[in-house]
Design a protein around this ligand. Sequence first.
Ligand code: CUA
Length: 196
Amino acid sequence: MTSDAEVGADIADDELTMGIDPWEKNWMRFSIALLVGFAVAITIAGYAAGFQLPGAESEVDPRTVADEGPWAEPGLREIGDGQFEAYIISQTFSFNPPRLTVPVDAEVDLYVTSIDVQHGFKITDTNVNMQVVPGQVSKLSFTFDEIGEFPYICTEYCGEAHAAMFGTVIVVSEAEYVASLNGGDADESDDAGEGD
Ligand code: CUA
């Protein structure tokens, strides 16, 4: 009985290893160790070093998305104290909206999609850089803690005018932001008051 079982085990072991050369086995171990190493590196980058994978936040229909929910009115809106969300639609060869005015220190969830071909979305001088694929929503969060202008550009070749496809994030002081919400700057309302 036992000898039968041992013979069976030997055969099974032989079938499993298929007489693989020790060197080949070692290379296989090395390859697996590499994969584990990469997985650890990605985990550290994602959770400790602050890297985010854009990923597919959700799926949309590129033919109708521009009429749906928040996409029907792309742009920036406040969702909480200092918390904002921005919806941006990409198409050849522009971003809608072409300009985002953001108060300094705003934490913005950026949602970007495409209604035609594949584009890219990179905000200059930040680590925001993602692919924009039709049918998918790319999302990244970023805190704009510096006043200034930060162009966003298309980083995937999408046709003849690819190089002209860009927009601008304008980071302004809180006061300027409030003024911009009231339909322009305070000077304009002063001028309107003069017509008496
Ligand atoms: Cu859009 Cu290149």
